[in-house]
Design a protein around this ligand. Structure first.
Ligand code: PMV
Length: 319
């Protein structure tokens, strides 16, 4: 019986938003993330009569099939192994949550591939492999807080755990503002963002921002962590707006949500936001304020769905 591998999604507090090398997925900057308990992907790889990719019980063709099998082909070449593969994945990442599932998907797929062929890898080696599928997947190998160091080549670009079992009281509220699929893929978005006059200056700030975030985590300083995460997300969206041509993932509801976070802060309910390549907002808060924040968002956005996540574990084998 083949084993199922589970990997959780992560949310970047210091964003990856630019590739130095497209095919190797080497990033232009280092990033830092929080792995989430509520969202994950379960994947099993077994021998098949032909290559097949099943997602949530439905056989896939087209783009998602292509992406999965071009990744698996790279892995087969690397390890000198052969054979048709049946990939069965179940995504416990509601599309409604507006969270990208590629981080958990490619981490679980890299893990399940290794389990199928009996390949034993260290976490760092697995992180490098997952990176080939999706950059953010390199961080989903670990629980808690992870750092993906950009490196300069395939060997040196991987993620490692900063703290797998953080004691920090940190909650992430995922607010579902918009269920439509994003109009611009992250690959396209990060390419276009590099035409912004602010892209280079942002890149130059990356090491310092990362160091400040690590210091905030080590000092268990929620306020510092939240304000830095919010600043970093705004920088990412500012380079999008100022790209040539400019673009944005924001929708009117995104702006309303940003203002609501500022308003809550003014009322003494401390919270911060982060936003990825889509219109949905994720709110960083502490347990004591979750109820008040949820209540306010539900009333302003007419019963919007909000999922409360916290720290999740690293990759694991289920059976
Ligand atoms: O690796 P991708 O293609 O899922 O890109 C991730 C991009 C962001 O989610 C916006 C930032 C990040 O570091 O996860």
């Amino acid at each position: 019986m083949e084993k199922t591998v589970r990997a959780h999604t992560n949310i970047a507090l210091i964003k990856y938003w630019g590739k130095a090398n497209q095919s190797l997925r080497l990033p232009l900057m280092s990033s830092l993330s929080m792995t989430l308990d509520q969202f994950y992907t379960d994947t099993k790889v077994s021998a098949g009569p032909k290559n097949q990719f099943w997602l949530n019980g439905v056989e896939q063709s087209g783009q998602s099939y292509q992406r999965v099998f071009s990744f698996l082909k790279l892995l087969q070449e690397k390890f000198g192994v052969k054979g048709n593969l049946k990939v069965e994945s179940v995504n416990h990442v509601p599309t409604a949550a507006g969270l990208a599932s590629s981080s958990s998907a490619f981490a679980a797929l890299a893990g399940a591939f290794c389990v199928h062929y009996g390949i034993n890898l260290s976490a760092v080696e697995l992180s490098r492999l997952a990176r080939w599928g999706s950059g953010s997947a390199s961080r989903s190998i670990y629980g808690g807080f992870a750092i993906w160091q950009k490196g300069i080549d395939n060997e040196s670009s991987y993620a490692y755990a900063l703290d797998e079992k953080p004691q920090m009281d940190l909650q992430l509220l995922v607010v579902e503002l918009n269920k439509n699929p994003k109009e611009l893929s992250s690959t396209q978005g990060m390419k276009q963002a590099q035409t912004s006059p602010f892209f280079r200056p942002w890149l130059e700030r990356n090491q310092a921002e990362l160091a400040q975030m690590v210091a905030a985590i080590k000092a268990n300083d929620f306020s510092k962590l939240g304000s830095l995460a919010e600043l970093n997300a705004c920088e990412m969206h500012a380079v999008n707006l100022t790209a040539q041509p400019g673009f944005t993932y924001f929708e009117p509801a995104t702006i309303k949500a940003i203002k609501l976070v500022a308003d809550l802060r003014r009322l003494g309910i401390e919270c911060y936001f982060t936003i990825d390549a889509g219109p949905n907002i994720k709110i960083l808060s502490q347990l004591k304020n979750v109820k008040d924040i949820t209540k306010r968002f539900v009333s302003e956005f007419h019963n919007v769905n909000i999922i409360n996540a916290s720290f999740g574990p690293g990759i694991s084998c289920l059976n």
